[in-house]
Ligand binder design. Structure first.
Ligand code: NDP
Length: 256
């Protein structure tokens, strides 16, 4: 069989935000296994160092860049630091995100602001900071992590749903502005996965029963099942794909 470099990420540098654990860490590992040099981002140096050491122990090329993605000045400085100290960022996985749950009539202003800040503002801040370096080079891949909640509402998480719907449309907007300059910007929308963000849902048998009935695949997703779509959207295999969102959700948004 001949080697086909279509999905190879060899020599490409990928910045993954929110990569100290969960989906971000899994996507970082997956991109690394396809040859990418990985830069792990998160707010806290300690869990990042642990994640870096784990991936390095698996033979991957990995560094860390700790900054808060909600702080635009820190984002600009952090991205410049990677570009000048390590080299060009070829791939951005805009993954950092948070969840807050409460009935909408009781939802606090502080939680609303936190969601908008992390799930929406930060996607713009990091996307813009990275794109400013990619645009003069005429190439680059941005993958914004959307959600099944970009398409569907669930009780108690309306503000989260609003942010993820907005990220889907921001993805289309980024593609509309930047595709003609050689960038590909797409979204990846996970369904339901057993990460720290979903700890309470995982422990809730009623929710799991609902999820398994409602999802055509009949189960929770495994985080490793997100890697294929992320590699596709980060590689030359997706060179004419722009402004789209791949749902990796066991079919939940495809059925009523
Ligand atoms: P986790 O809570 O497990 O991980 C979130 C990551 O984001 C952590 O590494 C955290 O690190 C980082 N983070 C949070 N805030 C910031 C910040 N301000 N600056 C930098 N890093 C930050 O979440 P998941 O892995 O489950 O979720 C990842 C993404 O996937 C999110 O965007 C989420 O909305 C989305 N998603 C998840 C689904 C799921 O089923 N789990 C379903 C659909 C979408 P630290 O706190 O150390 O900074």
């Amino acid at each position: 069989m001949q080697d086909n470099p279509l999905f190879s990420l060899a020599g490409r540098r990928a910045l993954v935000t929110g990569a100290s654990r969960g989906i971000g860490l899994t996507l970082a590992r997956g991109l690394g296994q396809f040859g990418a040099k990985i830069v792990l981002n998160g707010r806290n140096s300690e869990p990042l160092a642990t994640a870096r050491d784990m991936l390095a122990g698996e033979g991957l090329d990995v560094t860390t860049a700790a900054f808060d993605v909600t702080d635009q000045d820190a984002v600009i400085a952090g991205v410049e630091n990677i570009e000048y100290e390590q080299g060009p960022i070829d791939i951005l996985i805009n993954n950092a995100g948070i969840q807050r749950r409460a009935p909408l009539d009781q939802f606090s202003r502080a939680d609303w602001d936190a969601l908008i800040s992390t799930n929406l503002n930060a996607v713009f801040f990091v996307g813009q900071a990275v794109a400013r370096h990619m645009l003069p080079r005429g190439r680059g891949k941005i993958v914004n992590i959307c959600s099944v909640q970009s398409e569907l509402a669930r009780p108690g998480i309306a503000p989260y749903t609003a942010t993820k719907g907005a990220v889907k449309n921001l993805t289309k907007g980024m593609a509309t502005d930047w595709a003609r300059h050689g960038l590909q910007i797409n979204g990846l929308a996970p369904g339901y996965f057993k990460t720290e963000m979903n700890e309470k849902l995982v422990a809730d048998q009623v929710f799991t029963q609902w999820l398994c009935q409602r999802t055509p695949a009949g189960r929770w997703g495994n985080v490793e099942e997100l890697v294929g779509a992320a590699v596709f959207l980060s590689s030359d295999a997706s060179s004419f794909v722009n402004g789209h969102v791949i749902m990796v959700d066991g079919g939940i948004t495809a059925s009523v």
